[in-house]
Design a protein. Structure first.
Length: 228
């Protein structure tokens, strides 16, 4: 007779971290409601955008375009695919599934968020690159923080000391750079980028909270498949 599988309950975040996540969630919920009611620039949106437009230069523009491209859908999909392939090659089945779910969830958040909220992008005259979809939340900000975040946090588990700190620092700086580049290029309001970061943080936190449950279920499925 087969024994029933007992699955690990997800370990909740520590109280301090949980408080921060709740605060971020409430902030982005309030921001989203405000954008739905008033899709025009909010708070510092217009003044920050104007500052970036007034301080553009050839070198900064080239750098912003490069960082933006590295944080775009194609590059993030490639990074997730490489991580997925490496995990499959190493027979880390449950972690590969975890990466796939995390990335696909981020893509769904971007797609449905833009579709449902439908915020117009900043004026065409201020844009330095072509974008045809909606503005809120920033797909570059959300996608980069989730994909780079999950890859960096998983890789950090096998690194120690200065290498671990260096990896996480570079990942954080890259994500910030991607978000700022979108404002600089005139294709997102600052609140679009902020929302993308917060949505990404919340989704990553949820995924890592339930990672043990997913891993155990994957192992159970694989064990059952091996017996059949």
């Amino acid at each position: 007779m087969e024994s029933s599988a007992v699955f690990t309950r997800p370990k909740p975040p520590r109280p301090a971290a949980l408080g921060v996540l709740i605060a971020l969630g409430l902030a982005v919920l309030a921001l989203t409601i405000a954008v739905l009611a008033h899709p025009d620039p909010l708070g510092p949106d217009a003044s920050w955008m104007r500052w970036f437009v007034e301080h553009r230069g050839d070198t900064a523009t080239s750098l912003a375009k490069g960082i933006s491209m590295l944080g775009g859908t194609a590059a993030m999909t490639l990074l997730a695919a490489v991580a997925y392939a490496v995990l499959l090659w190493g027979r880390r089945w449950e972690t590969a599934v975890f990466v796939a779910i995390t990335g696909l969830g981020a893509a769904a958040l971007v797609y449905f968020g833009k579709l449902l909220i439908a915020r117009p992008r900043p004026p065409l005259a201020d844009r330095l690159v072509i974008e045809t979809n909606h503005s809120y939340p920033s797909g570059h900000a959300l996608g980069s923080i989730v994909v780079v975040g999950v890859v960096a946090l998983l890789a950090a588990r096998v690194l120690h000391g200065v290498w671990r700190a260096l990896l996480l620092t570079v990942a954080a700086l890259f994500v910030v750079g991607v978000g700022v580049s979108r404002i600089y290029l005139g294709v997102h309001w600052p609140t679009d980028v902020f929302a993308g970061w917060v949505f990404g943080i919340l989704w990553l936190s949820l995924c890592f909270t339930f990672e043990p449950v997913l891993a155990e279920r994957c192992r159970a499925v694989l064990a059952r498949a091996a017996r059949n």
